[in-house]
Design a protein around this ligand. Structure first.
Ligand code: NAI
Length: 333
């Protein structure tokens, strides 16, 4: 059987790292018909939007997509494709596993976190307006429905992956109503999952603790903005943006994308680290319940990283994106 999957190469380093992920998956034995659909800066001139309807239609049809990063113009212009996709498809959970791989230069050992970020509301709801010419307001939305749903999702991951602890991250001491509601929901959901330890922490303290002792944490669940910031920060604990995968999950629909952006500074130079994109493919294969292929790819990536002979410059090596990819494929057993 072959899966039909939407592939969005994206902007900047997107086409390079997505080609790497596609090639590795195609060599794993899992049969996929890739439906390639372009989104992002490259289609704006032709379609008047970075997120044409055909992209959303393709994902709705196939139910699974592997997506490269797209460039979002800052300050003005078009709305983020990522935020648009997450809202259009109700991909309410953003999941980012942050794990130490042997051989990847980092200050820490034994980091194994899963960051679960609410993906549809908070300050990213997109409700912003000017107040006269010299002020602007962005509205922070927190609902019981979305908070219950994301915390349940985090406990579900903890249970399925036999993890011990869920920590809810918030700023309820200051935003007593909005983050206060998130925290109240988190505590109520935790009460229904007594087998798993639960605690909560204010986002600023959490940032300090993560830098100090990341190995003490397990599954972290939080509203959208904190999740965006802490997951980038957490990727710095395990070797940087080049190695951290991610997924956006809804009910019976999922878009897999690495944490990193389009990295215009290194685009087109065959020097981007495709590890994050390949590991994002591994998450996708697990979602498709292709566990054996997922495990083989994960082990091949781990072996290449551990050897450290064929790695990209962000990890201190001299190899190209293509060389790293070929090395991973050569180790697929
Ligand atoms: P970025 O993640 O693109 O780059 C930050 C730094 O990390 C750069 O120095 C870059 O070279 C490096 N880096 C990122 N990925 C790497 C990789 N795979 N290998 C080696 N080095 C890597 O973040 P930045 O510069 O803030 O954003 C650039 C553009 O990407 C913006 O337009 C932003 O909106 C967009 N973006 C898109 C995302 C998505 O589509 N999922 C996520 C984050 C940003």
């Amino acid at each position: 059987m072959a899966y039909n999957i939407t592939l969005i190469p994206g902007d900047g380093i997107g086409p390079e790292v997505m080609e790497a992920a596609k090639k590795v998956i195609d060599n794993s034995g899992v049969k996929i018909n890739w439906e390639v659909t372009d989104a992002g800066a490259k289609v704006i001139n032709d379609y008047g939007t970075p997120l044409p309807d055909y992209v959303i239609d393709s994902i709705k049809k196939n139910r699974v997509a592997l997506k490269g990063p797209v460039t979002t113009p800052v300050g003005k212009g078009f709305r983020s494709v990522n935020v648009g996709l997450r809202q259009a498809l109700n991909l309410y959970a953003n999941v980012r596993p942050v794990k130490t791989y042997a051989g990847v230069p980092s200050r820490y050992e034994n980091v194994d976190l899963i960051i679960v970020r609410e993906n549809t509301e908070d300050l990213y709801a997109g409700i912003e307006h000017k107040v006269g010419e010299e002020a602007a307001e962005s509205i922070k939305i927190i609902t019981k429905k979305a908070s219950d749903r994301i915390v349940e999702f985090a406990f579900d991951i903890a249970e399925k992956q036999r993890r011990n602890k869920v920590t809810a991250v918030h700023k309820a001491n200051i935003m007593k109503l909005s983050d206060g509601l998130f925290l109240k929901c988190a505590r109520e959901v935790a009460n229904r999952h007594k087998g798993i330890e639960f605690s909560d922490m204010i986002v600023d303290a959490m940032s300090m603790r993560l830098v100090q002792s990341p190995e003490n944490y397990d599954v972290l669940v939080m509203p959208n903005l904190y999740g965006d910031i802490l997951s980038d920060m957490a990727s710095g604990l395990v070797g940087g943006l080049g190695v951290v995968p991610g997924a956006n999950i809804g009910d019976n629909i999922a878009v897999f994308e690495a944490v990193h952006g389009s990295a215009p500074d290194i685009a087109g130079k065959n020097m981007a680290n495709p590890t994050a994109a390949i590991l994002t493919g591994v998450m996708m294969l697990k979602y498709l319940e292709e566990f054996e292929a997922a495990q083989r790819i994960d082990s091949a990536v781990a072996e290449v990283l551990k050897e450290g002979k064929v790695v990209t410059s962000d990890l201190g090596g001299k190899s190209t994106t293509t060389e790293f990819t070929e090395e991973v494929i050569s180790k697929l057993k």
